[in-house]
Every structure is written in structure tokens, then in C-alpha cells.
Design a protein around this ligand. Structure first.
Ligand SMILES: Cc1cc2nc3c(=O)[nH]c(=O)nc-3n(C[C@H](O)[C@H](O)[C@H](O)COP(=O)(O)OP(=O)(O)OC[C@H]3O[C@@H](n4cnc5c(N)ncnc54)[C@H](O)[C@@H]3O)c2cc1C
Ligand code: SF4
Length: 264
């Protein structure tokens, strides 16, 4: 693992400033990353896929609004630092948004869900094996302009929709699919304040630049996502296509870079 600076913050504004300062001082495209549960970030740092110069630990923010689930007549607000396991078992989520609960419970393992945050979940990286293995030089997402090893490699679990001739990776998350189905919005904190955008616009298709596939980059932190108040979509159920073992990540859900999903 490469050396990196570690910074712990206790407010969203401080997090945004820390990431922005790291960006200003670096020539890298993504020199700073926020640390939530670390189940993607630390994993990929150990594999040398992600190489942040600065890691901004935002876990202290879970003691505020970003760590809460709030339900009222206006809908459901999910803090970005709520753990997947906690959101899945929240009474309001179980009662009125079963598709959210199911999408979370189907993901990963209980141990991972206890640790992993909602914000980290929607911003997780693709599980494309060529992306995760730096011994493969060709990966446009990891190393822009290098090619795509998956095109002529083992790609049975890769995407067939929303691809480009630069990248055919799938988006691996389950929760984001539920948010798309519910027309959720996401609030993004930045240096000039917060803005709310439709969740469906958060991520981009790979196009010519698969490395930069999301709108939320260093210097901005995701705060929470909101599902509108509506008659309970209790009948909404999330089928999970197989084959796949319980601790494997989704590969047959909506493609990562279509506008109706999220990836990075
Ligand atoms: C073995 C395994 C199986 C898995 N299976 C599944 C599966 O079946 N379905 C599924 O959906 N997922 C699966 N995952 C992925 C898992 O759900 C994610 O790793 C986890 O949700 C990430 O959350 P985290 O809090 O640990 O994020 P981190 O690792 O801390 O962060 C992930 C990324 O998001 C960024 N980030 C985190 N929080 C914020 C924020 N508030 N604002 C801005 N950026 C932020 C970080 O900078 C980082 O780049 C699996 C993971 C593993 C290791
Ligand atoms: S599919 Fe995308 S992530 Fe996988 S090797 Fe090709 S460019 Fe990299």
C-alpha cells in the first residue's frame, strides 16, 4: 500500500475543504477520497488500484444528519453515512420502501453491510476483474487510454447495454437500482453550498472517458438521498438475477454507466 495523508473531519464543510485543498495541491485527477466504511476504498488501495494522496475520514459525520434515516410526509431521507444494515432494518424503510430494504439485504454479506455506508455503496467502483488487477495494463477506467482487456477477455459477466468501445464494465451496486426506480434525488455538498439532483443523473455513461463516470468527485461529498413520499411501493420487489453467490457483487443489474445507475 502506498503512503497517504490521513485527515479526520467532523463537518461536511471541513470534508469538502480538505478534499478541495488536496486537489489544489496535486496534479492527479482524484488525489483525495473520502473514507466511510472503507470496504471499497481500502480494498482497492491494497490492490494498488486506487492511489489517493489524501484520505479524508468522514465517519464522525454519522453523529449528525448524515447518520440518520428521516421519514415524514415529504418522503424518506437517507444519510450518506447510514450503514447498509441499519437502513435495511429501519422500520420506515421496511414499511414503506421494501425495495430499498431488499436491495440492501441482497448485497454483499452481513459483515460488509454492518460496515458499509449508503454513500459508499452508490459510489463503489466496478468489480471488473481487469480493473481490479493492476497486472493487466489495459484498462481505460484505471489507466485512461490504455485499452480494455475485457473486450477480448473473459467478459461473460460484463455489460451489454450502456457500453462504449472504451469500456464494457457493469455497475455492481444493488441499492442504486432501487433509488432509480423510486425517482430519488441526491443532495451533494460542495464548496459553494449544496445542490440536489435527480439520482438518475449522478453517474455518466462511459463514452470516451470511462475513468470519470460520476458527477460527484473529490471536493464534493454526498450528504443524503431522498425518496419522495408516495403510496407505499410495497409490491415493489427486487428480483436478483443469477448466477451469483451471496457474497459476490451484482453483475446483472443495470449497467453501471447508463444514466439510470451509478458508477465511478
Ligand atoms: C466481497 C464484497 C461483496 C460485495 N457485494 C456487493 C453486492 O452484492 N451488492 C452491492 O451493492 N455491493 C456489494 N459490495 C460493495 C459494497 O457494498 C461497497 O464496498 C460498500 O457499500 C461501500 O461502502 P463504504 O462505506 O465501505 O465505502 P468506502 O469504501 O469508504 O468508499 C467507497 C467510495 O465512495 C466514496 N465515498 C464514500 N462515502 C462518500 C460520501 N459520503 N461522499 C462522497 N464520496 C463518498 C469514497 O471516497 C470511495 O471512493 C461488495 C463488496 C465486497 C468487498
Ligand atoms: S471493461 Fe472497463 S473496467 Fe473493465 S478492463 Fe475494460 S475499461 Fe477497464
Amino acid at each position: 500500500m502506498r503512503p497517504f495523508a490521513y485527515e479526520r473531519v467532523s463537518t461536511a464543510a471541513a470534508a469538502v475543504e480538505a478534499a478541495a485543498a488536496a486537489r489544489a495541491a496535486s496534479v492527479l485527477q482524484s488525489p483525495a477520497h473520502y473514507l466511510a466504511g472503507g470496504t471499497t476504498l481500502i480494498d482497492l488501495m491494497k490492490l494498488d488500484v486506487m492511489r489517493p494522496e489524501t484520505v479524508v475520514d468522514i465517519n464522525a459525520l454519522e453523529h449528525g444528519a448524515m447518520g440518520r434515516v428521516e421519514a415524514d410526509g415529504n418522503g424518506l431521507r437517507l444519510g450518506a453515512l447510514v450503514r447498509m444494515a441499519d437502513a435495511a432494518e429501519h422500520p420506515a424503510v421496511l414499511r414503506n420502501y421494501p425495495v430499498i430494504s431488499q436491495s440492501l439485504k441482497l448485497a454483499a454479506s452481513q459483515q460488509l453491510r454492518n460496515m458499509a455506508s449508503l454513500g459508499g455503496n452508490v459510489l463503489q467502483r466496478t468489480r471488473c476483474p481487469y480493473f481490479r488487477d493492476v497486472s493487466y495494463a489495459a484498462c481505460n477506467k484505471r489507466n485512461p487510454g490504455s485499452g480494455c482487456a475485457a473486450m477480448d477477455g473473459f467478459n461473460r459477466m460484463h455489460a451489454v447495454l450502456g457500453t462504449s468501445d472504451r469500456c464494457i464494465a457493469t455497475y455492481p451496486g444493488d441499492f442504486a437500482q432501487a433509488l432509480i426506480a423510486l425517482d430519488a434525488a441526491v443532495e451533494i455538498a460542495g464548496r459553494s453550498g449544496s445542490r440536489t439532483v435527480p439520482f438518475a443523473t449522478l453517474h455518466r455513461q462511459p463514452g470516451d472517458a470511462p475513468a470519470g463516470s460520476r458527477r460527484c468527485r473529490g471536493g464534493r461529498g454526498r450528504r443524503r438521498r431522498r425518496s419522495p413520499a408516495r403510496p407505499s411501493p410495497k409490491r415493489a420487489r427486487k428480483p436478483r438475477p443469477r448466477p451469483r453467490s451471496p457474497a459476490r457483487t451484482a453483475t446483472t443489474t443495470t449497467h453501471s454507466r447508463s444514466r439510470s445507475a451509478s458508477a465511478r
